[in-house]
Design a protein around this ligand. Structure first.
Ligand code: ATP
Ligand code: TZP
Ligand code: MG
Ligand code: MG
Length: 260
């Protein structure tokens, strides 16, 4: 596990994310022990991406100009060897979102692609249901995730009730998490940033870094639910941030549920 390293090294995560989740993402990264910076201007994104521990590209409230700037940031990160995480929010909901996600995958070397089943399936041309930012599919999620990882030469993290983390060959199926995570907006988006922090401190073993991030995040959700289920979802959101702040590597090793 890597949470101790994140707390020691305090990696900078450059987030180009959406307006819905900006504050939650910054607070989630701080709680974890990472250092967030949100920056979008074409005049500065390359400079920041080069010095970051990881770059997050999240298309949740995209515009054409923002995608242009994401390409600039992503290519600078690539040149500097900085890992790039892509969250193709709402891919499949509109042709624009699907096309822009594909453009980023073509023009930037993506290290980790993180999306729900509907988003990943849409990028692969597999039939999916995507309503706004919520998506699902009926077929074999492991196979779709593996194909995506192979096609885009990246690690694919396909989230939902079971989270799948694969490089196209080896597959980690993780069974932590809680349905209440879907009742707080931006948990998927924050997870992309948290994966960024984990890969920043373990660049040479990104599949295990990504799997650890997913396990950590899911266990934080479970613990938060146990503390707040009688109070409700507002308290859950606060407790979830508290868990990101306080969970240890040892607790995560005890509580993680890999494979079926
Ligand atoms: P959506 O846009 O459909 O809400 P998302 O991009 O927010 O998707 P999710 O798939 O909801 O991303 O994943 C966010 C977090 O919620 C992940 O940690 C995932 O494991 C967890 N999660 C999602 N659905 C469930 C579920 N049914 N049971 C347990 N955990 C879940
Ligand atoms: N609309 C555009 S981006 C966004 C919404 C509601 C946030 C989506 O967050 P998540 O993490 O995918 O649920
Ligand atoms: Mg969600
Ligand atoms: Mg999402």
């Amino acid at each position: 596990m890597s949470i101790d390293r994140i707390r020691q090294e305090n990696p900078l995560v450059h987030c180009m994310t959406n307006v819905v989740v900006t504050n939650f993402t910054a607070n989630g990264l701080l709680a974890l022990g990472a250092s967030p910076v949100m920056a979008y201007a074409k005049e500065e994104v390359a400079d920041l991406a080069r010095i970051a521990g990881a770059l997050l590209l999240n298309i949740g409230t995209l515009s054409s100009e923002q995608i242009d700037n994401m390409v600039v940031a992503g290519q600078a990160a690539n040149q500097a060897g900085v890992p790039v995480v892509l969250d193709p929010v709402g891919a499949g909901a509109t042709t624009f979102r699907t096309d822009m996600s594909k453009r980023l995958l073509e023009q930037v070397k993506i290290s980790v692609l993180r999306g729900n089943a509907g988003e990943i399936a849409s990028l692969m041309g597999v039939e999916a249901s995507v309503k706004g930012v919520d998506g699902s599919m009926d077929g074999d999620k492991i196979e779709v995730a593996k194909q995506a990882a192979k096609q885009f030469k990246c690690i694919c993290v396909l989230t939902g009730e079971t989270d799948i983390v694969t490089d196209g060959t080896s597959v980690h199926s993780l069974h932590n998490g809680h349905p209440w995570l879907t009742k707080v907006v931006g948990t998927g988006c924050l997870l992309g940033a948290v994966i960024g922090a984990f890969v920043a401190v373990r660049r040479h073993d990104m599949i295990h870094a990504a799997a650890d991030a997913v396990a950590y995040f899911g266990i934080a959700g479970e613990q938060a639910f146990q503390q707040t289920n009688e109070e409700g979802i507002g308290s859950f959101q606060q407790a979830f941030l508290n868990q990101l702040f306080s969970l240890t590597d040892q607790q995560v090793e005890q509580l993680r549920r890999n494979q079926a």
